[in-house]
Write a protein that binds this ligand. Structure first.
Ligand SMILES: NC(=O)c1ccc[n+]([C@@H]2O[C@H](COP(=O)([O-])OP(=O)(O)OC[C@H]3O[C@@H](n4cnc5c(N)ncnc54)[C@H](OP(=O)(O)O)[C@@H]3O)[C@@H](O)[C@H]2O)c1
Length: 301
């Protein structure tokens, strides 16, 4: 048997629990992974709350990104074998907050030795999102990128990628995250009332790309700072399209690319909180509170 963290009904965190299930068997093209670490994301609680649809089988296993060791492979898998360390996104419902899970071999990446399981577990969701958003609109070195929610899991990685490309980066976040944001090379701007004016003072000519990780009114206020409406991309709010911008577009190569960048030490996923699998509820609650600094990871083994 194998432990897995699930929710049994759509709604609040009171429907979450740790269950036992038989170790799953890999189907064609799948890897069975003994999970070492799993990243926690806002999407985990949004799925449980029913914000992303309610047509899932219950109980639903939680957790969307893992790093671990392959313990069995399904038919047709040639690129990985038993014992290989990998990282991968977890298909919805397979459950990353677990001792074992199933991932698609075609979407997994070999974990470099230089990258810990804990750091690797932050790359399939948060890392690829940061990679996609920073590459979706091409900028030249010296151009200005504004990141809303710069102190969170995605924002800190996006700011570091921007630094690698020598963009000028302005990061909007809560005051408590000033040092973290500045550690990426970005200029810190405090969030809250008047943030758009504070950005305008720093970039009176406008910003060349807005990366939104907050949405709602914050996104609407920031959109007018972009030099053109098409230079706004969001992972947090589909309403960005109504403002002339775009939602995140997934690049299938993003996981390999961001893994390489982390391997070479150019991006630190900034894991600031780790929990054991038995504490998955606490880990989720910390992310659900909405003020996470860097990444939260559940370490399974
Ligand atoms: N579409 C996709 O594929 C995809 C993938 C990954 C993430 N996402 C979404 O992207 C968003 C960010 O994800 P994440 O993993 O980075 O979340 P996270 O780690 O929880 O970080 C969110 C950050 O936003 C900050 N924030 C909240 N209100 C703010 C405001 N008014 N101004 C500036 N910052 C504010 C929070 O801290 P403070 O409040 O302390 O500043 C926190 O640091 C979430 O909505 C998530 O669902 C989407």
């Amino acid at each position: 048997m194998s432990k897995v963290y699930v929710f049994t009904q759509f709604g609040g965190p009171e429907h979450e629990e740790l269950q036992e299930r038989p170790v799953p068997q890999p189907g064609a093209g799948e890897l069975l992974v003994e999970v070492k670490a799993a990243g926690v994301n806002p999407a985990d609680w949004k799925i449980r709350a029913g914000h992303l649809g309610t047509d899932r089988q219950l109980p639903t296993a939680m957790g969307l990104e893992v790093a671990g060791v392959v313990t069995a492979v399904g038919d047709g898998v040639t690129q990985f074998g038993v014992g290989d360390p990998v990282l991968a996104g977890v298909p919805a419902g397979n459950g990353g907050f677990a001792e074992h899970t199933l991932v698609r071999a075609a979407e997994a990446v070999a974990k470099p030795e230089e990258v810990s399981f804990t750091d690797a577990a932050t790359l399939p969701v948060a890392g690829t999102t940061a990679y996609d958003l920073t590459h979706q609109v091409e900028l030249e070195p010296g151009q200005t990128m504004l990141i809303l929610g710069a102190g969170g899991g995605v924002g800190l990685m996006a700011a570091q990628i921007a630094n690698v490309h020598q963009f000028r980066t302005i990061g909007v976040a809560g005051e408590a995250k000033r040092e973290l944001v500045e550690s990426t090379g970005a200029t810190f701007v405090a969030s809250g009332d008047g943030f758009a004016d504070r950005v305008r003072e720093l970039a009176p000519e406008g910003v060349d790309l807005v990366i939104d990780l907050v949405g709602g009114g914050v996104l609407r206020q920031a959109a007018s700072l972009a030099t053109e409406p098409g230079r706004v991309v969001s992972a947090a709010d589909p309403a960005v399209v109504d403002l002339g911008g775009a939602v995140r577009e997934r690049n299938p190569e993003a996981l390999g690319k961001i893994t390489g960048v982390v391997e070479y030490g150019l991006v630190n996923p900034n894991v600031t909180a780790t929990y054991e699998l038995q504490q998955a509820g606490q880990a989720l609650a910390a992310v659900e509170a909405g003020h996470a600094a860097g990444k939260t990871v559940i370490e399974t083994a």
